[in-house]
Design a protein. Structure first.
Length: 86
């Protein structure tokens, strides 16, 4: 059966959750050295931002993806720092 749904029209609006995910991702990498668990918020906001961009056609998908990557990098850094400190 053929899918007759049309994708949402592209918008000139940028997803606020995508921007928040990117900002929290950047802060989470800096905060990893201070043991701040901002990576959780970075992952949540970035995933929601990706979903909003896909469903509503907002811009900012790249920012949300970068926030997601930075959140995982921060998680890895926190694990490595925890292992190193014993």
């Amino acid at each position: 059966m053929h899918d007759t749904r049309t994708p949402p029209a592209r918008s000139d609006r940028v997803s606020g959750t995508a921007v928040a995910g990117l900002v929290l991702g950047i802060l989470s990498v800096c905060g990893a050295f201070m043991r701040l668990p901002l990576w959780v918020l970075a992952l949540i906001f970035s995933m929601v931002g990706l979903s909003v961009c896909r469903r509503h056609g907002f811009m900012g998908r790249g920012m949300a993806a970068a926030g997601l990557v930075l959140g995982f990098v921060s998680l890895g850094l926190m694990i490595l720092i925890g292992i190193a400190r014993g």
